[in-house]
Design a protein around this ligand. Structure first.
Ligand code: IPE
Ligand code: IPE
Ligand code: MG
Length: 251
């Protein structure tokens, strides 16, 4: 266990969120599912503002999974349009606030227009020093592990590394989010308690928080509740509770 994992134990440095329940939220109001997705954007804005205000280092938001292509074509199309509109509309505001935007996932399946918007947004904000916002789009935890393995295999074939050089460290460097600490707090809304192929490796020691709130209703209060719950957890990283208390007393 590294000391840094303890000294940073107060606030989570990296929060990941599975933003779920847009469709059910809309249905409960007698509206089409897409209405829920549009309302979900307001919750994303609130989350970003609150996280930045609290001085959180990074948030990683699950926006579209590698399995979500299975949804009706009209819903997928709307989500893609929403994504393009948002990137165009919000990026200047994010940049002005010194926020850094990154998209993780297999971007090759997106339209040329969307890929171009993503590249422009990432380029514009890449040197910003504030909150890092990662949007997971066409992302799957299994895809991530496969693409990292492929990179390592290619390096081995080229003779740049030996198989015995492959370590947790080297693997982590090839995965998405390698520039950030692992996830401390994973939140899923809407009463579901599954990962749905979101981050796998990066949540190895995350604390998992599940709440019943549907994503469009998620706001500063619900995020604060999740963080308050997190700060009261005792993270042991394999040690005993007594060892952790002794280490805390030394600080
Ligand atoms: C999450 O809400 C948003 C995406 C997956 C894009 P859902 O669309 O999954 O909403 P429910 O789970 O059907 O209510
Ligand atoms: C996971 O939610 C993906 C996102 C939140 C973007 P889903 O609503 O698609 O997950 P399942 O299919 O119910 O597990
Ligand atoms: Mg869902």
């Amino acid at each position: 266990m590294s000391d840094s994992s303890l000294s940073n134990a107060a606030l989570p440095q990296h929060i990941a969120i599975i933003m779920d329940g847009n469709g059910r939220w809309a249905k409960a109001q007698g509206k089409p599912r897409v209405y829920g997705h549009k309302k979900g954007v307001t919750a994303v804005r609130k989350t970003i503002t609150t996280a930045a205000k609290l001085g959180i280092k990074a948030v990683t938001l699950f926006a579209f999974s590698s399995e979500n292509w299975r949804r009706p074509q009209a819903e997928v199309g709307l989500l893609m349009d929403l994504f393009i509109t948002l990137l165009s509309k919000e990026i200047k505001r994010l940049h002005k606030n010194d926020l850094k935007l990154q998209i993780i996932g297999d971007k090759s399946r997106f339209s040329d227009k969307l890929q171009k918007k993503i590249a422009e947004a990432e380029q514009l904000t890449k040197d910003n020093k504030g909150l890092v916002i990662n949007i997971a789009a066409n992302y799957g935890g299994k895809w991530d592990i496969v693409q990292a393995t492929r990179k390592l295999a290619e390096q081995a074939v080229r003779g740049e590394i030996q198989t015995q050089d492959i370590s947790e460290q080297l693997m982590a460097e090839c995965l998405s989010l390698s520039d950030l600490p692992d996830v401390d707090l994973m939140i899923r809304t809407s009463g579901e308690s599954r990962l749905s192929n979101f981050l796998l490796w990066q949540v190895a020691y995350a604390e998992f928080y599940f709440c019943d709130t549907n994503w469009p209703d998620f706001d500063e209060d619900t995020l604060s509740e999740a963080i308050s719950w997190f700060v009261n957890r005792e993270r042991r990283f394999g040690c005993t509770g007594e060892q952790i208390k002794a280490l805390m007393a030394q600080e």
